[in-house]
Design a protein around this ligand. Structure first.
Ligand SMILES: [Zn+2]
Length: 293
């Protein structure tokens, strides 16, 4: 889809099967399961949704998913699917990893930063995108390396340290225009340095990659939030601001973990209209994958 001079491609960088309750916090299951039916083990399907963007000769990757480093046991525990989703999507777009100029994730949890690194055939860790600037909020980087006890399992040093060691880490603070029209805006809430990634050719023409601020379509409701959010009130505040702006200016939203039409437009009543130009392509990929499993 063309958004001003940004060429946007929606990608699904794999996914997993989380316990449904982890995504809905205090919302009772009788309510959430009407919108996200759980299987007999209480698991739902979550995708790692991102975008690949071409803009004035540059390639930008936003969100990298779980990646390919999980061992078999862990992958089975998580119900991980399509670990090659990120690189497969890039291949279909004709983009080689070394051509990527900028990588940005909403935050550094394992399900967003896992694809930043991978194992070389000899077992060494290497950067997936060896030439790219990797843009991270200062608060997120510091917290990821020194997490609180509750967050420890959500950050993996093998996803992060190679980026710094390669000298490709670009730490930013606050709202920053990384490239003309590419803006990161801190929200905090889910994690201390969680940020929105905005592709903004003009104030009235924007796409926001929401990460875990709005992970699934049911999270468009202000009070429906993930159990993993560290600061729930902050999430509600930032989500209210985003949804108002998105409805007023008809921003395209890309929801961080939705499997069913993750890109679309929200209206002032909280209604959701999927964007067919983006979703149809991904739908085909997802259905093809499901059959192949
Ligand atoms: Zn997430």
């Amino acid at each position: 889809m063309q958004l001003g001079d940004f060429e946007l491609h929606l990608i699904v960088a794999g996914g997993w099967r989380p316990d449904g309750g982890t995504f809905f916090g205090v919302v009772p299951k009788v309510l959430w399961q009407r919108r996200k039916p759980a299987d007999e083990h209480n698991l739902i399907r979550a995708a790692c949704v991102g975008v690949v963007v071409r803009h004035r000769g540059r390639v930008i990757v936003c969100e990298t998913g779980i990646g390919t480093k999980l061992d078999e046991r862990r992958a089975r525990q998580l119900g991980a699917w399509e670990p090659e989703g990120l690189l497969g999507s890039l291949r279909r777009l004709g983009v080689r990893p070394e051509e990527v100029d900028v990588v940005v994730t909403t935050h550094l949890h394992w399900d967003h930063a896992g694809g930043l690194t991978r194992r070389a055939p000899d077992g060494r860790l290497e950067l997936t995108f060896p030439r790219a600037r990797h843009v991270v909020q200062r608060a997120e980087w510091d917290f990821a390396l020194h997490p609180d006890p509750r967050s420890r399992a959500a950050y993996l040093e093998e996803d992060l340290l190679p980026v710094a060691e390669a000298g490709l880490l670009e730490v930013v603070e606050g709202e920053v225009e990384v490239l003309p029209g590419l803006v990161v805006r801190p929200t905090g809430g889910h994690t201390p340095g969680h940020q929105l990634v905005l592709f903004r050719p003009s104030p009235d023409l924007s796409c926001a990659v929401t990460g875990d601020l709005v992970g699934l379509r049911p999270h468009l409701r202000l009070a429906w939030n993930s159990s993993a959010d560290l600061d729930v009130l902050r999430v509600i505040e930032e989500k209210a601001r985003l949804l108002e702006e998105a409805a007023d200016h008809r921003w395209l939203l890309v929801l961080g973990h939705e499997v069913d039409g993750p890109a679309g437009y929200v209206d002032a009543q909280g209604g959701w209209t999927p964007e067919p130009a983006l979703n149809d392509e991904v739908e085909e990929e997802l259905t093809g994958r499901e059959d192949a499993r």
